[in-house]
Design a protein around this ligand. Structure first.
Ligand SMILES: Cc1ncc(COP(=O)(O)O)c(C=O)c1O
Length: 385
């Protein structure tokens, strides 16, 4: 019997398997061509113009589609380009229920869509299925969640959300950026659309922007392919190649980063200058049991609240191996001040209510030696006040 290839093997070989190149190149060729010759009138090689389709991008899309277990995947020039395209599926007057805690850029997009296109969004605590249920109206068309959420690491029960979505004939959309299909496969729990910032763990090296939409039906695929062709936000051939290269090491990066994150989260939790640690891999995290049920790992995103704002700022001003920079998911450990960076556009009062205050830092743990990472925090925190 033919064995289905394991996830780790797909990461390394899947793009090459679908390669159209006959030279035997191990590395997927970059088809740096805007357009393609028609063999004769009315026929096509399958590629006409790179805004519609490009062989390198197609190989990346097949790879992502197979890793998530979907029907089709589309590669975009950024995560926000992908998410914006998903929301072009809706019409003025439609209502979407979404998580209270979300990446700031998604929040900004939703605010823009409400004020300019009359789409309505209700932000609810999606960790509580009954709050979601009571927010659904006759105009609701979708539930949109991040789990773990950015930056507070709230965990939403995917099965509970998809049951509600099915009952009310809604689309269930999941941003799977933080865990990637290596740790979490939302289609197994009834999601209809998965979005990614491919810029993060999928790329893994902080060198490429990209985004993905993966769908569970041909109907959604056709609607979204019409949009990517119309809007022209597809990923370039070179960036597609960088993504294919990055994904080859996805499995080992995810494992190593998670191992480091767990040790660091435990260490930070014991530190007297740190008030709270938000990491779904700590057994006292409220979402721990749900994570155990729906994901095979906890990932490597940690947020933590320092005892006061000057300690938070002291850390940001004194890191050296750890870089104070926006973004996440790469091999380099990055530390972010959500209040001033990723979530700066959210009004202060609303931000504070969510816990995104001047003491909160977000950490994306990389693959450096854990001893070096802990040593750096230890040294800085000894001096911080
Ligand atoms: C969870 C999440 N979704 C989407 C995005 C947007 O992705 P991009 O920056 O690639 O546009 C981000 C960016 O940080 C994110 O953290």
């Amino acid at each position: 019997m033919k064995k289905e290839k394991d996830f780790n093997t797909l990461c390394v070989h899947n793009a090459q398997e679908f390669s159209h190149d006959h030279t035997g190149a191990i590395s997927t060729p970059i088809y740096q061509s805007a357009t393609f010759v028609h063999p004769n009138v009315g026929s096509s090689t399958g590629y006409d113009y790179s805004r519609l389709q490009n062989p390198t991008r197609e190989q990346l899309e097949t790879l992502i589609c197979n890793l998530e277990g979907g029907q089709d995947a589309l590669a975009f020039s950024s995560g926000m380009a992908a998410i914006t395209t998903v929301f072009q599926l809706f019409k003025p007057g439609d209502h979407i229920v979404t998580s209270l805690d979300l990446y700031g850029g998604s929040h900004r997009l939703f605010d823009y869509l409400s004020s300019h296109y009359n789409l309505h969004f209700t932000y609810v605590d999606t960790t509580d299925a009954s709050s979601v249920a009571s927010s659904i109206t006759s105009n609701t068309k979708a539930i949109y969640v991040e789990t773990p959420s950015n930056p507070m690491m709230h965990i939403t029960d995917l099965q509970a959300m998809s049951t509600l979505a099915k009952q009310h004939e809604l689309l269930f959309i999941v941003d799977n950026t933080f865990l990637t299909p290596y740790f979490q496969k939302p289609f197994l729990f009834g999601a209809n659309i998965i979005v990614h910032s491919g810029t993060k763990f999928l790329s893994g090296h902080n060198d490429t922007l990209s985004g993905f939409i993966v769908v569970d039906s041909i109907q959604l695929s056709e609607q979204l392919r019409y949009l990517i062709k119309t809007v022209g936000s597809g990923l370039s051939p070179f960036d597609s190649w960088l993504m294919i290269r990055g994904i080859k090491t996805l499995a080992i990066r995810m494992r190593e980063q998670e191992k480091n994150a767990l040790q660091l989260a435990k260490w930070l939790k014991e530190h007297p200058k740190i008030n709270k640690v938000f990491y779904a891999g700590l057994p006292d995290h409220p979402g721990y049991a749900i994570m155990k049920k729906q994901a095979s790992g906890f990932g490597s995103m940690i947020s933590f609240e320092c005892a006061n704002a000057s300690i938070a700022q002291y850390i940001l001003n004194h890191t050296s191996t750890i870089h104070y920079a926006e973004s996440l998911g790469g091999v380099e450990t990055l530390i972010t001040y959500p209040m001033l960076q990723t979530h700066a556009d959210i009004p202060e009062e609303e931000r504070n209510k969510k816990g995104i205050n001047d003491c909160l830092l977000r950490l994306s743990v990389g693959i450096e030696s854990i001893d070096d990472l802990i040593h750096e925090f230890d040294t800085i925190l000894k001096e911080a006040y």
